[in-house]
Design a protein around this ligand. Sequence first.
Ligand code: GLN
Length: 483
Amino acid sequence: MHHMTLAEIARGLADKKFSSEELTKALLARIAQLDPQLNSFISLTEELALGQAKAADARRAGGESGALLGAPIAHKDLFCTQGIRTSCGSKMLDNFKAPYDATVVAKLAAAGTVTLGKTNMDEFAMGSANESSHYGAVKNPWNLKHVPGGSSGGSAAAVAARLLPAATATDTGGSIRQPAAFTNLTGLKPTYGRVSRWGMIAYASSLDQGGPLARTAEDCAILLQGMAGFDPNDSTSIDEPVPDYSASLNGSLQGLRIGVPKEYFGAGLDPRIADLVQNSIKELEKLGAIIKEISLPNMQHAIPAYYVIAPAEASSNLSRFDGVRFGYRCENPQNLVDLYKRSRGEGFGAEVQRRIMVGTYALSAGYYDAYYLKAQKIRRLVKNDFMAAFNEVDIILGPTTPNPAWKLGAKNSDPIAEYLEDVYTITANLAGLPGLSMPAGFVDGLPVGVQLLAPYFQEGRLLNVAHQYQLNTDWHTRTPTGF
Ligand code: GLN
């Protein structure tokens, strides 16, 4: 049962081949058996899952249908879930039971999904390796000695290992697309404002966006359908109608103009990944696409700008965790300052503290203009590059990451080396554009992803291109040995 995609599960449930309760029990048993190797879950929610599965079966028996009705999923542990621990991968929130459901959680529950649990993640979504979690590192099912990518590494490892068909995730600088690439999944970061951030614990509010992680573009379309839409509770949510994403999957690629930025193939890219990206380009050309070289000249400035803006916003967002209102509180505080200092010093891990210090520095009176303001100007230049490129092409294609998944611990002593791995993904967040990563081959047995970027609100176009590619290739069907 565990090999089924969301689309196959929907058909099986509609044809009464099995019930959601049977499927849920089978997957919970599989998680209990296999997850100890991976550490992809922070919390399991068996009781909730069985209750939701029975309710979904009853709704189907009553004549209701829907692609997500009875579908088992999991949520990254930064989506608030009422009455259930929502830790954000941090000791700070280890004792936090959310008093309400995030909009994404509520919408998916209303569509009939079954929540199997909350997945592991880098602390406060800061990282590219899922090694900064208070609950320990997540392992890559393709090679247990390697990282699964981050920060949505738990969602990615669980889906890649066939513990469940799909999961929610978030992407501030690549955290959906990069773990998708590292674990042979399809992952979509929607346009900023497409998916509500209400109840999604904030890292960098102007960059954060929730989206689906699944094995196929077809499944990403199904899950995104349940997540997207206007939310009056999120002031940056955009009031645009949500198209039927599954219906967008049958477009021809004849005449599709694909832009390939020359800056994506510079020094630092593993040449074996460059070759696989070229193969994917040839495949899309066979399907009728027209390839054009383009230029994104400001890409070189994106990493420094992102690593000022994201920590600046994080330093502000994380100021609420002060030991007073919720979360971790130190033992025996001597006075208020001691309470703040020790609660934050003991509750936050090293990477989070580093980002808070960098962000606070960049926002301080003497340095605001030199760092934060300058970074915002670069952000506009990055966006302008994309706007110019999209006058000439329909999508942009390149590698998702410069290297395949590295060994656990390999970059622990050098945070900047890890930041540099985000080079191809963060520009979409700076510009607010939608991006998708899809499986495109292997290097040393480790998966490689190809990234597609599209103009605002063209998630359907990305999903269609990926779906057409997946109809003609089989990379996305490969399964890690042992799972
Ligand atoms: N690796 C990036 C960071 O650490 C992106 C993380 C994310 O997208 N949440 O900030």
